[in-house]
Design a protein around this ligand. Sequence first.
Ligand SMILES: Cc1cc2nc3c(=O)[nH]c(=O)nc-3n(C[C@H](O)[C@H](O)[C@H](O)COP(=O)(O)OP(=O)(O)OC[C@H]3O[C@@H](n4cnc5c(N)ncnc54)[C@H](O)[C@@H]3O)c2cc1C
Length: 445
Amino acid sequence: MDALLRLPEATILTDPDALAPFQRDESHVVGPAPLAVVRPHGPAALRELVRLARAEGFGLVPRGAGTGKAGGCVPTQRTVVVDLSAWPGMIQVSPQDLSLTAPVSALLRDVKATAGEAGLFYPPDPNSWESCALGGTLATNAGGPNACKYGMTRHWVLGLDALLADGEIHRFGIPSVKANTGPSLAQLLVGSEGIFGLIVGATLRLTPQPREYATLLLPVKRWMDLLDLPGRLSAAGFLPSAFEFFDPAVLAELRAHGPDEARRLPGEALAILEFDERGCTSDDFLESLADLLGPVADGLEIASDSRQRNAIWAVRRMTSAFLKERHPKKVSEDIVVPRSRLREFFERLERSGIPSVSYGHLGDGNLHVNLLAAGDTPHDELEAQLMTLFRLAIELGGTLSGEHGIGLAKREAFLALTDPGHIAALRAMKRALDPDGIFNPGKVI
Ligand SMILES: Cc1cc2nc3c(=O)[nH]c(=O)nc-3n(C[C@H](O)[C@H](O)[C@H](O)COP(=O)(O)OP(=O)(O)OC[C@H]3O[C@@H](n4cnc5c(N)ncnc54)[C@H](O)[C@@H]3O)c2cc1C
């Protein structure tokens, strides 16, 4: 380990107090203390780290801002955490190429703000966007409320710079949406959770900044009616840029203990809908929308300025932290159910007897099902409940993670419930790209 202390272009932490915060992320998973935390400042550090990892048999665990919810950046045995928060580089926009380049250390909020200053828009918007690093969003293929219109992070990645097992940084992709030179290695790295290499920079696709927003707070009379609404909106030609929901139990928690905005809300359940296309604030648009929503609504509020819009979104953005504060040992899942099966899913979830509350992204069927009593549930019982939940999502044509990824938290379930051919192909790729198994060992596969 002495060689680690002599690493060029890097800051090294070895003090036990300094290492402790790196044993966890925002999931319930806690790992062992890493051998060290290395903060590289240049390519020489990475080259030497790869050489040492191979020579001394330790693993490299990439870390962005540690806001992940799957234990992906949590250390496993004999690993060094590679904290990329000091990786050098500037955020630069090219309006001509409709693209932006940034180092992975950039915070997502700064990436979005820099695009905005040029009148352009980088859509990916995980609810942690103020605190997560670009690198973490790339490695987890983060999504957020607007994925129902704009897709996930991967849909906005044109190219990546990444460290591979040879110790060198390679560039994949070009600053254009057109590039058809065989399978895309940039896309293979997006969502790979650090198991194939370390991403150090990215070239991202931009689009013109929306100029109008219609943001609606929609309390509904009957919860089950809300579940048909995504399909009814599309059938009527509406494409929301966000469609979030709170089930009756989450709404009740917010109403009883949440912020003032939430306490006054009527209805059995609640949705937030947003539209951002040109003309969405016109009377014509809003009237035809109100005609469609009227029969299910228990009062409908439309934000008329950015202050009201922010107040509506504040309720959504604080929900995860609010529930965690009230139920510190809760487990939060992020399954996906096709929109056409939402009603069936919630009916069967209720019949399954799993004590849970849900909120999340109704517009794309990505549901945050929360087991609030997880901390007081015996381990085997909790595992059985989670497997029942995952099986139900998969049986209905969905999957066990929509945005948080697999990491350590869902590895066992992923291995048990996924087509063996899929796992075998991923393992073959891992052997080919990382023959000594140095990148994020023990994660995903
Ligand atoms: C309140 C809250 C709300 C959230 N809402 C959302 C949401 O709406 N949508 C969503 O998708 N997620 C959400 N998340 C989860 C999390 O914020 C995102 O997954 C985010 O993208 C993680 O970024 P990070 O920089 O914190 O990554 P980390 O937690 O540091 O790392 C995440 C994973 O990426 C790997 N990794 C990190 N950097 C690199 C790199 N440079 N190269 C290779 N691998 C790397 C790590 O090893 C790990 O596997 C939320 C989290 C919180 C706490």
